[in-house]
Design a protein around this ligand. Structure first.
Ligand SMILES: Nc1ncnc2c1ncn2[C@@H]1O[C@H](COP(=O)(O)OP(=O)(O)OP(=O)(O)O)[C@@H](O)[C@H]1O
Ligand SMILES: [Mg+2]
Length: 262
């Protein structure tokens, strides 16, 4: 039996980004990436971040994950300032980054082994949750791309994080496996009730999964160009006619008109 994460009394705002600025020095020249970013996300939302390559999506995720500190402004998760990485925010990248010398079970249990707090039941439940029962003893090289990514998902979910930070997590999968994994990701989000912040380049993926789609972009530095609520009920049908207008709206924010796609 899968249990949903218990919500703290009064818990609403999962993420609060206020006045965040960030940039990098390249060859001694400071290049701003994110300017005056303000964003709030409520607990349990699934937010998809879209934007052109290089606009700062991964940068924003790293700031939320606490892997970097913003040059200005502040970020709070569940009402607490982000000062570094934490077990409440798990990051998943395109690459599943499994340890080749650890089995599926050992990879899923990695964080628990590091902290010395092994919970076999939670590990088995996470493996079952992602549909990998029977493959506990498989080595990473014996897994398909989708199975490796499921293992990474189980590893991410094993300690019931409150927030999953996903940087193009399905970007390297073939088109059909990707559709299956989108359905799986949706199911996991419903069952585990975490807040998801996911970068994707796939507008249809965003519309299938997200409760909100945020488009980043701009010249010189990025800002939020649009923040679109996707009101279609779950379970969603990929061909839902209501997605047509939203898809056009998002693509035009990204600089593509219907004509330019022909
Ligand atoms: N460690 C770094 N040092 C210097 N510049 C960096 C660093 N990380 C990112 N940048 C710069 O920040 C900008 C945003 O990069 P980022 O990786 O956040 O983009 P992105 O929106 O995730 O792009 P993509 O869609 O291609 O993944 C880029 O111009 C990049 O050159
Ligand atoms: Mg990126």
């Amino acid at each position: 039996m899968v249990t949903a994460r218990p919500k703290a009394p009064g818990e609403e705002l999962a993420l609060h980004v206020r006045g965040v600025e960030h940039g990098y020095h390249i060859d001694g020249v400071y290049r701003p990436v994110i300017h005056e970013m303000n964003l709030t996300v409520e607990a349990g939302e699934f937010v998809a971040l879209l934007g052109p390559s290089g606009c700062g999506k991964s940068t924003l995720l790293r700031l939320i994950a606490g892997l970097e500190k913003p040059a200005a402004g502040w970020i709070e998760v569940d009402g607490r300032p982000v000062t570094g990485p934490g077990p409440d925010r798990i990051v998943m990248f395109q690459d599943p980054t499994l340890y080749p010398w650890r089995t599926v079970r050992q990879n899923v249990a990695l964080s628990q082994d590091i902290s010395g707090k092994r919970n076999d039941q939670a590990v088995e439940e996470a493996i079952r949750l992602v549909g990998l029962s029977g493959f506990e003893k498989a080595w990473p090289h014996q897994l398909s791309g989708g199975m490796a990514q499921r293992t990474a998902l189980a590893r991410a979910l094993v300690n019931h994080p409150r927030m999953l930070i996903l940087d193009e997590p399905l970007g390297k999968l073939d088109a059909l496996t990707r559709l299956t994994m989108q359905t799986e990701l949706h199911r996991l989000w419903k069952e585990r009730d975490f807040t998801a912040i996911m970068v994707t380049h796939d507008v249809d993926e965003a519309l299938f999964l997200a409760t909100r789609v945020i488009v980043l972009g701009g010249t010189n530095h990025s800002r939020i160009l649009s923040d679109i609520r996707v009101d279609a009920p779950f379970h969603r049908h990929r061909d839902d006619p209501c997605f047509l207008k939203l898809r056009q709206e998002i693509l035009s924010q990204l600089g593509y008109s219907a004509d330019s796609l022909l």
